[in-house]
Design a binder for this molecule. Structure first.
Ligand SMILES: N[C@@H](CCC(=O)N[C@@H](CS)C(=O)NCC(=O)O)C(=O)O
Length: 240
């Protein structure tokens, strides 16, 4: 039976971290909200009165009777089933820890354009966004990428993957993080990336993996745009 992925149609957003794992594994999945009637089905599952364990927000995944929300939680579930995670407990907790750290920087990237409230327009929080983006570029991106660079360097089985010697869902998510940061902050990333050569190399290797390369060229890959988590506002990129 195909996995059912529920996520807002029209954006990569946090759903993209799940899509990349499903695509790399060649798993059969239905991107439910992108087809007719899918949005209503998504809303029904979020409606607490009709669902025993309702998700707070997309993305969420349905696998038969199992319904799971929170991106890192979904990947924890899928990782071992799709062969994209270590099999031992210490290994899968390490993968989960790395994925939660990626979720943290994704939240911070979102907050560069919505530092005050998600319910307000970007235009109503522009000055705060500028300050937030300046700090994100100057301090937070280097701190997070420095961390992931060290994790790659210290992987005892070689610096090609974050964990072990095989591709795992955290590698795919780090690829997506870099793609998103390059879209949102092209000038900053051009300047910062030379300090993180292992991450850049990992990004290129993931992009070249046959199933990922085919996916990136397909209509299933939604283009980055200004409704998603990573948004291109040149004035924020120039903030630093
Ligand atoms: N921590 C959650 C965050 C989920 C989330 O913020 N989803 C967004 C779309 S990317 C949403 O629809 N949020 C609605 C809301 O927060 O009210 C995750 O990583 O999956």
């Amino acid at each position: 039976m195909a996995y059912e992925l529920y996520y807002w149609p029209g954006i990569q957003g946090r759903g993209e971290f799940v899509r990349l794992a499903l695509e790399e594994a060649g798993a059969e999945y239905d991107d439910v909200a992108r087809r007719s009637g899918g949005m209503a089905a998504m809303q029904r599952l979020m409606d607490a009165s009709g669902t025993a364990r309702p998700p707070f927000a997309p993305p969420f995944l349905k696998d038969g009777e199992v319904l799971i929300a929170q991106t890192a939680n979904i990947l924890l579930y899928l990782g071992r089933r799709l062969g994209l995670a270590p099999r031992d407990e210490a290994g899968w907790l390490w993968a989960h820890q790395l994925q939660l750290t990626i979720a943290d920087i994704v939240d911070e990237a979102h907050d560069t354009h919505h530092p005050i409230a998600s319910s307000l327009y970007y235009e109503d929080q522009r000055a705060e966004a500028q300050r937030r983006a300046g700090d994100f570029i100057a301090r937070r991106i280097p701190k997070y990428l420095g961390y992931f660079e060290r994790v790659l360097e210290h992987n005892s089985q070689g610096d090609h993957h974050l964990i072990g010697r095989r591709v795992n869902y955290c590698d795919l998510s780090l690829f997506q993080l870099i793609a998103g940061l390059r879209y949102a902050f092209p000038r900053a990333m051009t300047r910062l990336e030379p300090s993180f050569a292992r991450i850049t190399a990992l990004h290129e290797r993931i992009a070249a993996r046959p199933r990922i390369a085919a996916y990136l060229k397909s209509a299933r890959r939604i283009a980055f745009n200004e409704q998603g988590v990573f948004r291109s506002y040149p004035e924020l990129d120039a903030a630093n």
